[in-house]
Design a protein around this ligand. Structure first.
Ligand SMILES: *Cc1c(COP(=O)(O)O)cnc(C)c1O
Length: 358
């Protein structure tokens, strides 16, 4: 392995981080939540548009420092989403070929984003085989399979090093309640919730971690049963979160509470957030906001005060033809009206009521 290349590559990654600013922690002012302050860590402002920018950077550091990535190593990933986009960005920066293994039928918009950063897309017919195919392809190319679902939890330094948890707690320092009562996050790889949960323990903080899991995901059942062999054939309809299989990076023991959120509720919350904040985010941000709002109303009901922090994972412009399109919702049979009413009440009066059964 060419040591000079390694040193140069790590230097490139550090310089890219140095040029980047930290992401905003926005205060979502909700007068109905008396005594409760809700904050949104806005991860949509990274150069590649999502929180996967952090993960991709960490995976490259990890791969290079473990000697798996060197000069000319082909990088292979099983992803059709944000991770492939962010990894393609860093691969190009380091002059490495990048291949995303994805199901045939992945939307053209995503393919375009990956190819924009010089990545190549390799299509497979059976979506459940993407992991195996990525591994095989990496072996054939004598390249490196990044394997985000395995390595997300260990590639990030959970003790600090400007990880997302440390950044949140630093930005909270001047607030009325600097140590939030809750942090609310959904799980795709589970890497972000793992980092937050570990950091809370490591620093001895009085914060609880609530993971919100979308309808169709297996994480909720796994959290209850701890049966790693469970699968959910339907899968989640919220892009980026919820998985059909138990991913190795999802760590249930650092999670204090797990809430399931329906597809309709997530998308209603995504739109409600636009009403109160004037910004459009993606579906997983809706899932997060839904969970945060529910916990906020519980605090109001119990007469507690304090802060709740959740994450905006990516921006809404990726979803204008789908989640933000009423015709699309109708075609998909997703009805958000009842949830919208409930969420408007929650924001205005701090009162939570359960929706009628769908
Ligand atoms: C990956 C992703 C998440 C979840 O983050 P993990 O750290 O992988 O659990 C949430 N929202 C979006 C849009 C994502 O791409």
């Amino acid at each position: 392995m060419n040591r000079q290349w390694t040193i140069g590559a790590l230097e490139q990654l550090r310089r890219d981080a140095q040029r980047s600013a930290d992401t905003h922690l926005l205060w979502v002012d909700l007068p109905g939540l008396k005594g409760v302050r809700l904050y949104l860590k806005d991860e949509s402002t990274h150069p590649t548009g999502s929180l996967k920018h952090r993960l991709a950077r960490s995976l490259f550091f990890y791969g290079i420092c473990n000697g798996h990535i060197g000069e000319g190593t082909s990088i292979v990933e099983a992803s059709s989403g944000s991770t492939a986009v962010s990894e393609a960005y860093f691969a190009r920066m380091l002059g490495l070929p990048f291949v995303a293994v994805m199901p045939r039928g992945t939307s053209q918009a995503k393919i375009d984003q990956i190819t924009f950063y010089g990545g190549r897309c390799h299509f497979v017919d059976d979506p459940s085989t993407v992991y195996h195919q990525a591994e095989t392809l990496a072996r054939e190319l004598r390249g490196h399979y990044m394997d985000q679902f395995t390595f997300a939890e260990r590639a990030t330094d959970w003790r600090g090093n400007n990880n997302i948890a440390e950044s949140i707690f630093l930005q909270m320092e001047g607030e009325p309640w600097p140590v939030p009562r809750w942090i609310v996050m959904s799980a795709g790889t589970g890497g972000t919730s793992a980092t937050i949960g570990r950091y809370i323990r490591y620093r001895g903080l009085d914060t609880q971690l609530c993971v919100v899991d979308p309808e169709g995901s297996i994480f909720a059942d796994y959290y209850r049963t701890r049966d790693k062999t469970l699968t959910s054939p339907s899968g989640s309809r919220i892009e980026g979160i919820g998985r059909p299989r138990v991913e190795p990076s999802f760590l249930p023991d650092v999670i204090d509470r797990l809430e399931t959120v329906s597809t309709a509720a997530s998308l209603a919350a995504m739109r409600q957030l636009e009403r109160v904040l004037g910004r459009r985010y993606g579906g997983s941000t809706g899932t997060n906001f839904h969970g945060a709002l529910k916990l906020g109303c519980e605090m109001v009901e119990r007469g507690e005060s304090g802060a709740i922090v959740t994450l905006a994972c990516d921006a809404g412009d990726r979803y204008l033809d789908t989640y933000y399109n009423d015709d699309w919702l109708r075609q998909q049979g997703i009805s958000i009206a009842a949830h919208q009413e409930l969420l408007a009440t929650a924001c205005k009066e701090g009162r939570w009521s359960e929706p009628p059964p769908a």
